[in-house]
Structure formats: structure tokens, C-alpha cells
Design a protein around this ligand. Structure first.
Ligand SMILES: *Cc1c(COP(=O)(O)O)cnc(C)c1O
Length: 442
């Protein structure tokens, strides 16, 4: 029997203080545990597949700082490379050879990328790629999919309406209607709606941007033919296809989802893994399009800390580690064991669930499924998820604190970790029902 009454006094104290200092006590919203209720855990250190909180509790971590920790947290080779880089200083604000090294690695790996620009976050990469799409095509409208996240820039914060949404409505106060009026949305995996949007807006759509495997509405994979269909439609209409591989890049495969599915978009955004745990984003693609970026071309985009030597160093070392033979087979094997195991445990304990995994990315929903899009995902039993979440946390398993986030494994996760996780899940799911206590939330 696992000790289920962990002590989190210090976490509670620190988070209480944080709430007076920072909005919601956090630097990014999902960390506040709003969707699972209760208090977030405050962490002290990470190593391998584990994360330790300020009270000394140890957890098996399936968040992996939202993806970057694919080699395991604080990998000794990444840390050593960073120590060496640190000796030379923290920022140049000028060219360094490290940028060439990482750029070459990215260009070699990602099929669509012939030229790349480094930025500091995935949000920045997506903002910039949108400007570039518009500049290259001379068109203003774009299509995004419901439940796909492309960072927090105005144009992407569009509330997903059901069915065919025409003009997008802003998802957040402070986003002017004018900023999202050119953002059209369609349900994921729905080619017919995409075709209809192109019909209704002839020669006005610059392109289509999507997560080639969705991670920001929970884990949702593309149906057979969906990515191919988008490639065909965009090509036929003179529009660009953009894969937002901030999450899937170097995770679904070394060359990202585009390598795995054999579909080459025109442009790609990257982030997370290519920074090896430091802040990095990037966008790249066809040379003729990328050559429009300043100073080679007229499309302005800049960044004081872009190409930062520490971030480049962590990215280079992380990609080097990923190049070792067997990496993606190992990720796939351990993640399949976890994802299949979870569904099996849910079935044996009498809970409706569906889910899956590709390489080191996984997810499951407490609903019968199948889940093809965000509407389907929203049918999940969120009360059950919150109770499950708390139970797992108390048993030392740290999952993403929302039903609508994918999970991540790393090369450091072992069979024993997965077995411990499944044993905890069994214990929790045997006692969890949907409609016991309501979830406490503020
Ligand atoms: C995380 C993420 C972003 C945003 O990246 P940040 O570094 O958090 O700004 C954009 N797109 C996708 C698909 C992401 O997963």
C-alpha cells in the first residue's frame, strides 16, 4: 500500500505567498491546477524521470517540463555542456558558431526546413510564421483548428465555435476583434470544412496552420488522409501549409511528425525540445519563403536574446543525444506500455476511457471515444479526471494537470516507473467514481 497522505506544507506556504506576488501565483496558467482543483505542487529539483517538491516528495514525472526533457531531466551531458558554455558568458547579442551548428542539425533533420530563424519561444515562432505566411502570399486570412494551440499571440486566440466557424471571436479580453477577424477555424480532422472555407474565401487564405499531432486538446492523432488532404488543398489553392511542431518536433520522430507521416509542409515552427530545457523557438521552411525574413528580405522579426549561446548549447547536446540509434524505438516501447496499460487498467476497473500514443507522446480521455477533435475531447468526464489526478499525485505520479494536455515520457523512464504508475492507477481507479465529492475549486 502506497502512502497516500503526502505532506505538502511547504508547497502550500510558497504557493500562498506566490499568489500575492504573481497573478494566480504562477508564470503560466495551467500550472495553477485550476482544471484539477486543489493546490499546485512547488518543485525544487529534477533529475532523469523524476521531480522532487519542496517538501522532499519524489514523483515520476510525465510532464517533462511540457516536452523538452526528452532525454531525461538534467541529463549529465547537457549539464556539462552548459557548464562549459557558461564559462564563455551568457549572451553575445551577435553571431556565434553555435547557431550554425544547431541550424544545420535542424535543417538536416526536418524535411521542410531549408533555412531557419531562432527565436525565444514557441509563441514567438508562431507569431513570426503567421506574418511570413501573409507576406509571402499577399493574403490575410488563415485557417487554424479548434483545440490547436499556437501560443498566446492575438491572432491565434480564437474561440472554437462548433461546426463551420466563419469569423473568429476573440478568446480573451484584450484581443481586439480586428486581430482575429482573419482567423478562420475548422474542427480537427475535418477536411470538408477546410474545403468549404477555401470556397467561401477564394484567393484570400494565406495558409493552414496546425499541430500535426494534437497535444494541446489532450492527445489527438490525425486521421488517415487528413494531413495528405491538407497538403493537397493548400497546394491547389496557392496557400501555405504550416506544421506547428513546437511540441511534436524531435518527439514524434527525430524529423518530427512530418517525417513520421511523410507529409512535407511549406513552413514549420519548433520550440520545446530544440532548447533542451532552455527558452528557444524556431521557424523555418522553404528557402524562397524564408529569404523574405529581415535582413535578407523585408519581413521584420528580431530578438535581443535570440540564438542565445546557452540555449543553443542545450539544444545541440539534446539533439546529439537523440541521434543515438534506438532512441525513438525506446520511447515508443515504454510509452506504448504506459498508454496500453492505462487503458487496460481503466477497462478492468470499469471506467470508459480512450487514448493512445505515438513515440514519446501520449494521452487518454475518460470517455468512450473515439476522440477525433476537440468537441469529442470535451465529452470526457472532467470530475473523474480531477479525482484520478489527485489520487495519482498522492501516489507520487506527476501527470499534466488537465485532461486537455498530452503527456510525455523520456529516455530516462524505466519499465519499473511505468509499472509503478500502472499500479497506482489501478489503486486510484478502483476507488474513483464520477459523482462522489465535487471538485473543490475557487
Ligand atoms: C507549447 C506550444 C506553443 C507555445 O510555445 P511557448 O514556448 O510556450 O510559447 C506553440 N505551439 C504548440 C503546438 C505548443 O505545444
Amino acid at each position: 500500500m502506497v502512502n497516500t497522505s503526502i505532506k505538502t506544507t511547504k508547497s502550500e506556504e510558497i504557493f500562498a505567498a506566490a499568489q500575492k506576488l504573481m497573478p494566480g501565483g504562477v508564470s503560466s496558467p495551467v500550472r495553477a491546477f485550476k482544471s484539477v482543483g486543489g493546490q499546485p505542487i512547488v518543485f525544487d529539483r529534477v533529475e532523469g524521470a523524476y521531480i522532487w517538491d519542496v517538501d522532499g516528495n519524489k514523483y515520476i514525472d510525465y510532464v517533462g517540463t511540457w516536452g523538452p526533457a526528452i532525454c531525461g531531466h538534467a541529463h549529465p551531458e547537457v549539464i556539462a555542456a552548459l557548464h562549459a558554455a557558461l564559462e564563455k558568458g551568457t549572451s553575445f547579442g551577435a553571431p556565434s558558431v553555435l547557431e550554425n551548428v544547431l541550424a544545420e542539425m535542424v535543417i538536416d533533420a526536418v524535411p521542410s526546413i531549408e533555412m531557419v530563424r531562432f527565436v525565444n519561444s514557441g509563441t514567438e515562432a508562431c507569431m513570426a510564421v503567421l506574418r511570413l505566411m501573409r507576406a509571402f502570399t499577399g493574403r490575410d486570412k488563415i485557417i487554424k483548428f479548434e483545440g490547436c494551440y499556437h501560443g498566446h499571440a492575438d491572432m491565434f486566440l480564437v474561440k472554437a465555435g462548433s461546426g463551420v466557424a466563419t469569423l473568429g471571436l476573440p478568446d480573451s479580453p484584450g484581443v481586439p476583434k480586428s486581430a482575429t477577424s482573419n482567423t478562420l477555424t475548422a474542427p480537427y480532422n475535418d477536411l470538408e470544412t477546410v474545403k468549404a472555407l477555401f470556397e467561401e474565401n477564394p484567393d484570400e487564405i494565406a495558409g493552414v496552420i496546425l499541430e500535426p499531432v494534437v497535444g494541446n486538446a489532450g492527445f489527438i492523432s490525425p486521421d488517415a488522409g487528413f494531413l495528405e488532404g491538407l497538403r493537397e488543398i493548400t497546394r491547389d489553392r496557392g496557400a501555405l501549409l504550416v506544421f506547428d511542431e513546437v511540441m511534436t518536433g524531435f518527439r514524434i520522430a527525430y524529423g518530427g511528425a512530418q517525417e513520421r507521416f511523410g507529409i512535407t509542409p511549406d513552413l514549420t515552427t519548433l520550440g520545446k525540445i530544440i532548447g533542451g530545457g532552455l527558452p528557444v523557438g524556431a521557424y523555418g521552411g522553404r528557402k524562397d519563403i524564408m529569404s523574405m525574413i529581415a535582413p535578407a528580405g523585408p519581413v521584420y522579426q528580431a530578438g535581443t536574446l535570440s540564438g542565445n549561446p546557452l540555449a543553443m548549447t542545450a539544444g545541440i547536446k539534446t539533439l546529439e543525444l537523440l541521434q543515438k540509434p534506438g532512441t525513438y524505438e525506446a520511447l515508443d516501447r515504454i510509452t506504448k506500455k504506459l498508454a496500453d496499460g492505462m487503458l487496460q487498467v481503466a477497462k478492468e476497473t470499469g471506467h470508459a476511457a480512450c487514448g493512445g500514443q505515438i513515440s514519446g507522446m501520449f494521452g487518454f480521455f475518460f470517455t468512450e471515444g473515439p476522440v477525433h477533435n476537440y468537441e469529442d475531447a470535451k465529452k470526457a468526464d472532467l470530475i473523474k479526471f480531477s479525482r484520478f489526478y489527485r489520487g495519482m499525485l498522492e501516489r507520487g505520479i506527476y501527470l499534466a494537470p488537465s485532461q486537455f494536455e498530452a503527456g510525455f515520457t523520456s529516455l530516462a523512464h524505466t519499465d519499473a516507473d511505468v509499472e509503478q504508475t500502472l499500479a497506482a492507477a489501478r489503486e486510484v481507479l478502483m476507488s474513483v467514481t464520477s459523482y462522489q465529492l465535487p471538485v473543490t475549486s475557487d
